[in-house]
Design a protein around this ligand. Structure first.
Ligand code: HEM
Length: 503
């Protein structure tokens, strides 16, 4: 192990094997489940050594904040993994950048594009996309994955590039989602943890075909991002560029001190990080509604009593809809999208409560475990929005017009690397949940004999961001009248669409 100062000690952890350390004990996917078991055994800060590199796993919110937030100057870097950071990103992708100047400048731009006042100006776009989603969800519920993905990518395509996504099957959308999926696979906690042989990088290209493949993918992505940027540049020259992030970047480039490619990657990363995550959270929400019909009833009752049957819920209703917000927050607690957390790398030796953390340690705030800490979340396996609504629970907070909300919630990470998209994600999730509750009735699917079809509790995809694998359920409009209102709202939105007729 690393050399430890006399006044400190290394934390406990499962015993490793010579050279490989704990490498072979870590499952290649859903590693957070194993990490939770180890946390139960070794405590909330335990250590893994993976082929010589230090990984510390944090399993309480307090320790995560003490380190990643309170000591943010030390704990805000990312390890430069050969595949995920270098080959696939060529040191451009803000998500994987170390704590350096390019990251800092990109992060400033991201903040400008996503801060609360900006996010509020995106609300009409969210309303527009949400009616499109409702319409198709009612029309064809079994394609729910497509509709949630189209909502999320369609939203950011509009905001980022001033382009619209009609079907979700467009080449541009498919290309970018393909890249996202590869990045995710390569960077998934399992792959991340076993991406341990940087020496592969020094093999000649012929001996390492993977190097070529990832490099090619990066080139494809870069030329794609450049093309999206060029489109906006041309429109600006022609005087018909829509308001969008790419345009803001081009207008403020000098102020932010980013090159064109760095700027293209800032906008591109917002797209990549923002689409799959939002869609995944919505899929887990439906899963929760299938398993907890009483919560669907409660959220519908709240929406009906506040909004009534003659209009759809809107952003102005949110202060009066604490149950909606509690259901959203509880969904992210119960089934965190980034369940293993985004690893932060420590840049300098540190000591915390007598425990030594050497420079270079990767600190993983394991959301799966943090969200199951019984001191904070009694009865943690149960989907229980009451914990945000009832004073008898430790996470209750007043006033209910403001709380619960998602600001600085652990599901979005910690400290200086915390998700910059949380303002946008929060608005999307609140609006979609309120509107689905208003318009739709979700229930368990039934087989040919009328028996309820069983839906697994936790059958999730592998990767950095995870979503439930496709599951059956029934969904219908709550009334013919509401269905008709959804259709009319969609048509109205279409005819007033500011991007209508643009290519
Ligand atoms: C439910 C939806 C979402 C969840 C659960 C989520 C979660 C996360 C998490 C856990 C991180 C890592 C934080 C850390 O390292 O401590 C992250 C980073 C990030 N997220 Fe999100 N996110 C969501 C939506 C979005 C959206 C909508 C956007 C863009 C509009 C976005 C953009 C980003 C970016 C750019 C980063 C990298 C930040 C950095 O490394 O400095 N996310 N997100």
């Amino acid at each position: 192990g690393p050399r430890c100062p006399k006044d400190a000690k290394l934390p406990p952890g499962p015993k490793g094997k010579p050279l490989v350390g704990n490498l072979l004990d870590i499952p290649p996917y859903h590693s957070w489940l194993k990490f939770k078991e180890w946390a139960d055994q070794y405590g909330p800060l335990f250590r893994l050594n993976i082929a010589g590199r230090e990984h510390y796993i944090v399993s309480t919110e307090k320790i995560a904040n003490d380190l990643l937030r309170e000591r943010g100057t030390l704990y805000s870097s990312r390890e430069q993994l050969p595949a995920a950071a270098q080959l696939l990103g060529d040191n451009l992708r803000p998500l994987f950048l170390p704590y350096n100047d390019v990251w800092r400048k990109g992060r400033r731009l991201m903040h400008y594009l996503t801060m609360s006042s900006a996010a509020t100006s995106y609300q009409p776009t969210q309303v527009l996309e949400s009616t499109h989603l409702l319409y198709d969800l009612i029309r064809s519920p079994k394609d729910y994955e497509t509709w949630f993905e189209r909502y999320a990518s369609g939203l950011i395509f509009r905001l980022g590039f001033g382009k619209m996504v009609e079907t979700g099957e467009e080449d541009d959308v498919k290309r970018i989602l393909n890249i996202v999926h590869t990045v995710e696979r390569v960077a998934s906690p399992g792959a991340y943890l076993v991406d341990t042989f940087p020496s592969l990088m020094y093999l000649p290209k012929l001996l390492a075909p993977f190097k070529q493949e990832l490099g090619k993918l990066h080139e494809e992505e870069l030329s794609f991002f450049r093309r999206l940027q060029d489109d906006v540049r041309r429109e600006m020259r022609d005087g018909n560029a829509p308001e969008c992030w790419e345009r803001t970047f081009l207008e403020k480039k000098d102020e932010y001190g980013l090159t064109d490619d760095e700027g293209a990657y800032v906008v591109g990363t917002l797209f990549e990080a923002g689409s799959g995550t939002t869609a995944a959270a919505m899929m887990s929400f439906v899963l929760a509604m299938v398993h907890y019909p009483e919560w669907q009833r409660k959220v519908q009752e709240e929406v009906d009593s506040v909004v009534g049957g003659h209009r759809m819920p809107d952003f102005d209703d949110m202060p009066s809809l604490p149950t909606v917000r509690a259901v959203v927050k509880e969904t992210l607690r119960w089934r965190p999208v980034t369940a293993g957390g985004g690893p932060h790398q420590l840049v300098k030796d540190d000591i915390y409560n007598g425990i030594f953390l050497p420079a270079g340690t990767n600190v993983h705030a394991n959301q799966w475990a943090i969200h199951r800490d019984p001191a904070l979340y009694p009865d943690p396996e149960t989907f229980l929005p009451s914990r945000w609504l009832n004073p008898k629970y430790p996470t209750y907070r007043e006033p209910l017009t403001t709380y619960p909300n998602l600001q600085n919630f652990s599901a979005f990470g910690f400290g200086r690397r915390i998700c910059p998209g949380q303002t946008i994600a929060e608005r999307s999730l609140n609006l979609l949940v309120a509107r689905i509750a208003w318009a739709c009735q979700i229930s368990k699917a039934r087989d040919g004999e009328g028996k309820e079809v069983n839906v697994p509790w936790y059958d999730y995809t592998a990767g950095l961001n995870v979503q439930p694998k496709w599951f059956p359920f029934e969904l219908a409009a709550r009334s013919a009248e509401r269905k008709e209102m959804v259709r009319m709202a969609m048509e109205e939105g279409r005819s007033e669409d500011p991007l209508r007729g643009r290519k």
